[in-house]
Design a protein around this ligand. Structure first.
Ligand code: IPD
Ligand code: CA
Ligand code: CA
Ligand code: CA
Length: 274
């Protein structure tokens, strides 16, 4: 893939997230139509759908041969299998629960994968106007300035992010709570802010040291994984195996040493995937 093509994709998506960000801001402080999906805590609003439609329509006009994986389009049968074709992976609003409650930790997350490899990622929180971005091999940026993750190697000195996610399955919740319980006594703190994409950006900019979650989807972590890695972080499957974008789980740590201390503490959860 020629560098100039990547630049065109990058500039295009930056313009589009800025446009889509206005729609998110329009919905942020008003009462939304809230529906549920797979659990009583798995929320979606008309703004999630609108933002995804806008992004896909505009990208399709510009790049008619490209493919799409969008969170809200999976409802209409779009598969999450990645092919080698250029594929835009879109989470129109990551942090929908925050969006519904007016908690300003929401983001539009978009990644572009080519030959199953993410080549660019953009995560934009329009409420506070923070734009995180990365092109593979070129570093990570926040509002145009380079960002770097922390150098933390000691679990006992770390601030960790661990999410509960939208599942209300008792067995899965028990394991998630057990994992957080095991970690809490070994670290400075655990945070759960409700946006996988922005969690990865917090690792990228160095104010948290590690994040793990089971049950996330490709649209939650494709862009954030690249941004975190370009900022120097280490990402893998929570078991320690290489990260797989469709296996629905991630461990991201500022250093490999830190990831190696977290992984054996976790009870692993397997999700069915394509
Ligand atoms: C959710 C958020 C949340 C994470 C969930 C995701 P959504 O995405 O990223 O932090 O815990 O696993 O589903 O539904 O708000 O786009
Ligand atoms: Ca969702
Ligand atoms: Ca999400
Ligand atoms: Ca979403």
């Amino acid at each position: 893939m020629a560098e100039k093509d990547i630049d065109i994709y990058y500039k295009t998506i930056l313009d589009l997230v800025s446009l889509a960000g206005k729609v998110v801001c329009e919905g942020f402080s008003i009462t939304k139509r809230v529906e549920t999906k797979e659990s009583t805590a798995d929320l979606v609003t008309e703004f999630d759908q609108r933002v995804e439609e806008i992004l896909i329509k505009k990208l399709q006009e510009k790049f008619p041969t490209h493919k799409f994986i969008g969170e809200e389009s999976t409802a209409s049968g779009i598969k999450t299998t990645l092919s080698d074709d250029p594929t835009w992976i879109i989470d129109p609003i990551d942090g929908t629960t925050n969006f519904v409650h007016g908690f300003p930790f929401v983001a539009i997350s978009v990644a572009l994968a080519i030959n199953k490899q993410v080549v660019l990622g953009v995560i934009y929180n329009p409420v506070v106007d923070y734009l995180y971005s990365a092109i593979r091999g070129k570093g990570a940026f926040k509002n145009g300035r380079p960002i770097k993750c922390s150098k933390q190697t000691e679990l006992s000195l770390s601030q960790i992010i661990g999410e509960y996610g939208p599942t209300r399955d008792t067995h899965i919740l028990d394991i998630k709570c057990k994992n957080l319980r095991v970690i809490i006594e070994k670290v400075h703190s655990i945070r759960a802010m409700g946006s996988a994409a922005l969690n990865l950006c917090l690792i990228a900019e160095g104010c948290c040291d590690a994040y793990f979650e089971y049950g996330v989807h490709i649209w939650d972590y494709a862009a954030g994984d690249l941004i975190a890695r370009e900022a120097g972080a280490y990402t893998c499957d929570p078991s320690g195996a290489p990260l797989n974008l469709v296996h629905r789980r991630i461990l991201c740590a500022a250093t490999k040493e830190l990831a190696k201390q977290i992984s054996p503490l976790l009870t692993h959860i397997d999700y069915p995937h394509d």
